[in-house]
Every structure is written in structure tokens, then in C-alpha cells.
Design a protein around this ligand. Structure first.
Ligand code: FAD
Length: 415
């Protein structure tokens, strides 16, 4: 068994772990990243690629709870819960419902999410000025498209909330929308256009980041699963994996939807559950959207890139179920069929699913462990890990090296 030592070991090589590595390495730390899989196995690989401050409002709301109840009984709906008697899941759901009715919690979530999202959006601009990474960075805005006048108008109250954070959208209706986005069918009624939002190809970003980190001396060990920890005097002294033991002064746990299970080893309770989502990537149709579109009534996203095109979305609470649910894939195609003149192609198709790390208040946890002095946790980024990653990596780095934080981190503290 080899015994490797560095300043910081990061467990998890998804987008959160890699951005923690990026900023720690910039501060001169020696860093080792351990991942049980390979890049394409993380949730960060096949997501929709949106970098979207417009998503500052949490999912929690009484209206969504009602809608979710209806969706439960529809086979091709964007939402599914596998019947289960899991006490942790039930506790999580009760917390979600409670947070949906607490005005104070909703306000805290919106502000906390908004702050991480806007900071990350700025950091992405800085990063892409510094590095000429090939990952289809497109600061071109995002449409939230509605088919019904009633739901388009109902969205106005959400946009007004976002306006409080300086994130108001431009409403575009009818002919003006079709001129701006000729790929849409007449099924679309109107769009709320968020100019501040951007997009990229997440798999390509992971590859570029990985290459950059390796070239700067960061060790990345793939297929290296962390099993257990040695502890002494409130510190982690050794990490045991299927490829030997690792030592570090500090440890960062960035294990996404797997965090609750790993944290149990350390008697840490972390309320994160997997929320499965699907995407299909293919060769781009000839007539394709000019920027990403969210079909908000159906919770389906289409993201166009120069060399490809992705449909993604749906939320399935089925634990760590590894099967492909064909209904979910079909839902993505059905929705695209309604709104897009050329909804999909059959060339170069890649079907994918990932487990979003879901908390029940919409906020991630970015904090030092309450039990271990040298353990830092960065998880629970819900549907926004790509959008929040740079800011998270920077905050974790500031916590590890004891530097003044560039953002207020209280909203992301352990409860
Ligand atoms: C369909 C879909 C669409 C999405 N669209 C967007 C979007 O447009 N914009 C956006 O911002 N977000 C989006 N998301 C959410 C986003 O993908 C996640 O929030 C993000 O990927 C979480 O990143 P992470 O690094 O925390 O987790 P992950 O990317 O899952 O990385 C965690 C890593 O930890 C590793 N790991 C776990 N346990 C261990 C262990 N014991 N030992 C070693 N390694 C371990 C795993 O192998 C994994 O690689 C979407 C998600 C889905 C499913």
C-alpha cells in the first residue's frame, strides 16, 4: 500500500472538487484529488451546462408542492418519487415541505443562492479571460419559455423577486420572440429572457480543468474510492482507499450526492439525497436555438453548442437506482417536440443520467466540519453545482488557508 502525503486531499473530482483544487493550487498548496470513478461518472459531466444566476429562487414553494402531487400520477411528468419507506428520505421531504412555507427560510435561501450564483458568474468571466479553454463558453443569455399566457403572467411575481437582486428579465412575447428565436414553434407564447445567464459544455470544462490542474502539479487519482478514515484528537489523520492510504494536513469532502453515506463514517449527519436527472446529447439539428431555452412549465432544458445539442431535465427520487427510466427520456423528447421546429436528431446520441446532490432548503453546505478541525465540506449544490462551483472553490480555499472570506458564508454553514 502506498502512502501519499499532500497539503490537501480533495475527495470527489466533480466540478466542485476540481474548482476547490483550482483555487487551492493557486494559493500554492499541494493538492491530491481522489475520485471513485472517472469524469463522465460524476453529476457534473452530462448536465445542461447553464451558468444561471436567474435560478436564485429555491425550488421550495407551496405551488411546487401542489404541482408535484399532480405530476406524481402522470407517467411522462418531469417528476417522480419511487415508493419507499426510507426514514431519511421521509425526513428530507418533511423538511422540504416545511421550508416551502417558511418565508424566513425562503428569503435566506434566495439571498444565499443569489450571492454564490452572481459571484461565480463573475469568476467565470475572469477564468475565461485568463484561460483559453475550449468548452463552448457562451454568455448569451437564457430564455424561460412559456406556452400559456396565464403561466407566463404568473411567472412575473418570481421575476419581481429576482429584480430585488438586480436580476430582472426582459419579457418577450409572440412575433418578437419568434424573430429572436426562429427555432421555436407557435406552441410558445412568450419568454422571460435573462441576459446575465450563460452556458458551456460541462464535460469539456471538466476536461480542460483536469488538464490544467495536472499540468500545474495537482495529483488526480481516478477509480480511487475512499472507504474509511483514521481519526485522532478531532482530526482526520489518514484516508483509506482501494488504492492505498493518503495523508494530508486538510481534507475537503466534495462528494456530491454520495456525501451523506461517506460522512456517516465520520458520524457526521449531512442531509443530502440524490435527485436523478437525465440528458440526451446528439448532433445539432439544422434549425436549433441560438441560446439555451428552459421550457419552464415542463422543466426541460435545451442547450445548443457549436458541435452538439443537449436536452435535459426531470427529477426522480429513486435513491441510487442505476436503471434508465425510458419514460424520463421520452418526456424530454416529447417536450422538445412541442416547442421546437427540429426537436432532435438521431446522430451521435448519448443518453446519460446523474444524481444531483439535493438539500431540502436549496442551499449548499460549504463549511468546516463541526466535529473535525481539518475537514471541510462542499456539497449539496442541488441543480446548480456548475453555476456555483467557482465561488464554492474560492470560499473553501479561504477557509482552508484562513484567509478573509470574499463572501459572507453563514448561509452555507452546517445547520
Ligand atoms: C440533468 C441535470 C441537469 C443539470 N443542469 C445543470 C445546469 O444546467 N447548471 C448547473 O449549474 N447545474 C446543473 N445540474 C446540477 C449539477 O450537475 C450538480 O449540482 C453538480 O454536478 C454537483 O457537482 P459535485 O461536484 O458536487 O458532484 P459530482 O459532480 O457528482 O461529483 C462528486 C464526485 O465525488 C465522487 N465520489 C463520491 N463518493 C466518493 C468516494 N467515497 N470516494 C471517492 N470519490 C467519491 C463521485 O465519483 C463524483 O465524481 C444538473 C444536474 C442534472 C442531473
Amino acid at each position: 500500500m502506498n502512502n501519499t502525503e499532500s497539503d490537501v486531499v480533495i475527495i470527489g473530482g466533480g466540478i466542485i472538487g476540481l474548482f476547490c483544487a483550482y483555487y487551492l493550487m493557486e494559493e500554492g498548496k499541494t493538492v491530491t484529488v481522489l475520485d471513485q470513478g472517472q469524469i463522465k461518472d460524476s453529476c457534473s459531466y452530462g448536465n445542461c451546462g447553464l451558468v444561471s444566476p436567474s435560478h436564485a429562487l429555491p425550488l421550495n414553494s407551496p405551488q411546487l408542492l401542489l404541482k408535484a402531487l399532480v405530476w406524481l400520477f402522470q407517467k411522462n411528468s418531469p417528476f417522480y418519487i419511487k415508493p419507499q419507506m426510507d426514514m431519511e428520505f421521509m425526513g428530507w421531504m418533511m423538511g422540504f415541505a416545511f421550508n416551502s412555507f417558511s418565508g424566513k427560510q425562503l428569503e435566506k435561501s434566495m439571498k444565499g443562492r443569489g450571492s454564490l450564483l452572481m459571484d461565480s458568474r463573475t469568476l467565470y468571466d475572469d477564468i475565461f479571460k485568463e484561460h483559453k479553454w475550449d468548452c463552448n463558453w457562451a454568455p448569451s443569455g437564457i430564455h424561460f419559455v412559456y406556452s400559456q399566457e396565464k403561466s407566463f403572467n404568473a411567472y412575473q411575481s418570481k421575476d419581481s423577486k429576482l429584480a430585488e437582486l438586480g436580476l430582472a428579465a426582459e419579457p418577450i412575447i409572440g412575433r418578437e420572440l419568434f424573430n429572436k428565436e426562429p427555432s421555436l414553434t407557435e406552441h410558445a407564447y412568450g419568454s422571460w429572457f435573462y441576459k446575465i445567464d450563460a452556458s458551456l459544455n460541462p464535460g469539456k470544462l471538466l476536461n480542460e480543468l483536469r488538464g490544467h490542474l495536472l499540468s500545474r502539479g495537482v495529483q488526480i487519482r481516478e477509480l480511487c474510492k475512499v472507504d474509511t478514515f483514521e481519526e485522532s484528537n478531532g482530526r482526520i489523520t489518514e484516508i483509506t482507499t482501494n488504492h492505498g492510504n493518503f495523508k494530508a494536513r486538510d481534507v475537503v469532502m466534495a462528494t456530491g450526492a454520495w456525501t451523506a453515506n461517506l460522512a456517516k463514517q465520520l458520524k457526521l449527519k449531512i442531509p443530502v439525497i440524490p435527485g436523478k436527472g437525465y440528458s440526451i446529447t446528439m448532433k445539432s439539428p439544422t434549425v436549433h436555438p441560438t441560446c439555451p431555452i428552459i421550457f419552464d412549465e415542463n422543466k426541460v432544458v435545451v442547450t445548443p453548442w457549436k458541435e452538439g445539442y443537449r436536452l435535459g431535465g426531470t427529477m426522480e427520487f429513486s435513491g441510487y437506482d442505476t436503471t434508465y427510466n425510458e419514460h424520463r427520456i421520452q418526456t424530454l423528447k416529447n417536450v422538445a417536440n412541442l416547442y421546437l421546429k427540429e426537436p432532435y436528431t438521431n446522430e451521435g446520441v448519448e443518453e446519460w443520467y446523474g444524481w444531483r446532490p439535493m438539500t431540502n432548503n436549496g442551499l449548499p453546505i460549504i463549511d468546516r466540519s463541526p466535529v473535525h478541525n481539518n475537514l471541510f465540506v462542499a456539497c449539496g449544490h442541488n441543480m446548480l453545482g456548475l453555476s456555483m462551483a467557482p465561488s464554492t472553490g474560492k470560499l473553501i480555499t479561504e477557509m482552508v488557508i484562513g484567509k478573509e472570506k470574499h463572501l459572507e458564508s453563514d448561509p452555507y454553514a452546517f445547520a
